[in-house]
Design a binder for this molecule. Structure first.
Ligand code: SF4
Ligand code: SF4
Length: 88
């Protein structure tokens, strides 16, 4: 969803994907070509459930479509790190 300020947390009532340990573990973000040192240094991950990245995103490809969290949650978008979390 566009329109969120960078790093802005979403209201938990709007959250589509659970921010839990299993989803965090299964997230594909660290293996994706867009994921850089800034994101790694910030411990960022699971953007579909959390918030946009605090880093400057250069789109080099997104692995969300292959991720089991996305499949289980029936997500259809990409680049949650830049566009914001999945919402109802
Ligand atoms: S859909 Fe994308 S942001 Fe969400 S857990 Fe999977 S790889 Fe991470
Ligand atoms: S949301 Fe997509 S583009 Fe962003 S870090 Fe995760 S897999 Fe990569």
């Amino acid at each position: 969803m566009r329109g969120l300020a960078r790093g802005c947390a979403i209201d938990s009532r709007d959250r589509w994907v659970e921010d839990n340990e299993q989803n965090f573990r299964e997230c594909y973000c660290p293996g994706c070509p867009t994921y850089d040192e800034c994101m790694k240094a910030g411990g960022e991950k699971l953007y579909c459930a959390r918030q946009t990245s605090k880093c400057d995103i250069v789109r080099r490809g997104c692995e969300c479509g292959e991720c089991s969290v996305a499949i289980r949650s029936r997500l259809s978008l990409n680049y949650y790190c830049q566009d914001g979390p999945a919402r109802f």
